[in-house]
Design a protein around this ligand. Structure first.
Ligand SMILES: [Zn+2]
Ligand SMILES: [Zn+2]
Length: 263
């Protein structure tokens, strides 16, 4: 499996992806908003884009579909319940469905509600798995819920699905928000040395060659995985004085999400 992360350079800081089979050169495009860059990259690599997956229905993820499909004839795949919100779906994805790319690539569809209620992530069946996480999981952060989602569902997606993936899972998110997200982490946990070191490392990185994190690193620097940290809870209680001494992880997650909305 070959993964090409495509930095759009737009105001929303989207990442698009091409996932290709080494043997056949067939490729799948994830959320190809910048369809020109995706088409140019595929041409330069000698790949043939045969499928598009939309992680969810927001315009900055589906806005390149029409032009890319016109140019390639690719099939469009998205969450099975997104037929009313994403025009032209050819294949509706259910949890556990396997999307094949060429002969060598298998991607498993995960039903990951929270950012929106029709959101899929793709998990590669490779020795080191890769997760294409859309707007559910960002580097050092989590998606917001004010475009049709619910924080309770996002919490369940984190604990029931993301938290259980192998530590060596590579994370490929839908946006480059790593700097802001690490600053949010450090505002809660000023003593998180790993987050501080990572912020120094990425603060002036070239997004065309962005650092790819794995889940082990996320669990160390992403506040939304650190729901039992006494430091996180203490900092949160300063902002929400009514919070119990030992709040349950779900309450911590929802309060963190609420705080991040206005931070
Ligand atoms: Zn979104
Ligand atoms: Zn987005």
């Amino acid at each position: 499996m070959i993964v090409e992360q495509i930095w759009t350079g737009n105001d929303w800081r989207n990442f698009n992806y091409l996932i290709a089979c080494r043997d056949t050169g067939e490729a799948l495009a994830v959320d190809p908003l910048d369809y020109r860059k995706c088409l140019d990259t595929a041409r330069d690599k000698g790949w043939n884009i045969t499928q598009v997956v939309n992680t969810h229905e927001h315009h900055d993820h589906i806005g390149g579909n029409t032009e890319l499909i016109k140019a390639t004839g690719a099939k469009l795949l998205a969450h099975q319940n997104a037929r009313n919100s994403i025009p032209g779906i050819d294949v509706g994805l259910k949890p556990g469905d396997i999307v094949k790319v060429g002969k060598t690539v298998e991607l498993e569809a995960m039903d990951t509600p929270g950012h929106t209620m029709c959101h899929v992530c793709l998990l590669s069946h490779t020795e080191e798995p890769s997760l294409f996480s859309g707007d559910t999981l960002f580097n050092a952060g989590a998606g917001n819920c004010h475009g049709g989602g619910h924080p309770e569902f996002l919490y369940q997606t984190f604990v029931d699905q993301l938290d259980r993936l192998p530590d060596n899972t590579w994370i490929y998110p839908g946006h480059d928000y790593i700097v802001n997200n690490l600053e949010f982490t450090l505002d809660r946990e000023p003593d998180n040395e790993q987050a501080r070191g990572l912020l120094a490392q990425v603060s002036d990185q070239n997004p065309d060659r962005a650092l790819v994190t794995n889940l082990a690193l996320e669990k160390a620097v992403n506040t939304f995985f650190r729901l039992r940290s006494p430091t996180v809870i203490r900092a949160l209680r300063e902002r929400f004085p009514n919070l119990a001494d030992n709040p349950d992880p779900k309450t911590v997650f929802i309060k963190l999400r609420e705080l991040r909305n206005s931070w």
